[in-house]
Design a protein around this ligand. Structure first.
Ligand code: AMP
Length: 144
């Protein structure tokens, strides 16, 4: 009887510990929305050139070329290596959309550059996957 009681108590303590641990992990994963999530949700204004169910594209606020657009997925993927197999179609959609935007905005023929700054060394400042689309001038290579 005593051992049954101890066993019950032990299981209850363990399940409480597990529950607390799960909450801790959930809190760790909960993060502040990025500026790009706020743009997607319409909380911060942007000059949109394209919006669909999966992504949005808008003018960069600090343009580095005559045309500087940011194309971002609505899904908050922080960066490329945090995308997974489920995101395969979404990543393909982003590239196809970049081409479509280039045609629609009239710079497909003169050329453009697409850039993803990834992580600290890559120059990323907003942890929400985004494709820079730069056009309207001859861009140099290699990048700085
Ligand atoms: P990255 O440095 O690759 O992470 O790119 C972030 C880009 O977001 C920079 O080019 C910024 O100029 C741009 N940016 C930051 N805030 C805004 C905003 N509110 N609207 C448009 N572009 C923004």
């Amino acid at each position: 009887m005593l051992s049954l009681g101890i066993c019950f108590l032990h299981r209850k303590t363990w399940s409480n510990l597990n529950w607390g641990w799960q909450i801790g992990i959930d809190l760790l994963h909960r993060r502040m929305p990025t500026i790009f999530e706020k743009i997607c949700q319409g909380e911060i204004p942007a000059r949109f050139v394209h919006q669909d169910d999966l992504c949005v594209c808008f003018h960069d606020v600090t343009p580095q070329a005559p045309i500087h657009l940011l194309l971002i997925p609505r899904k908050a993927i922080p960066r490329v290596e945090q995308a997974n197999a489920e995101d395969q179609a979404l990543l393909g959609h982003l590239l196809l959309t970049a081409g479509e935007i280039a045609r629609q905005q009239g710079f497909a023929d003169t050329g453009f550059r697409i850039v993803i700054n990834n992580g600290a060394d890559g120059g990323e400042t907003v942890p929400h996957l985004h494709i820079h689309i730069l056009a309207g001038r001859k861009l140099s290579w290699p990048p700085g």
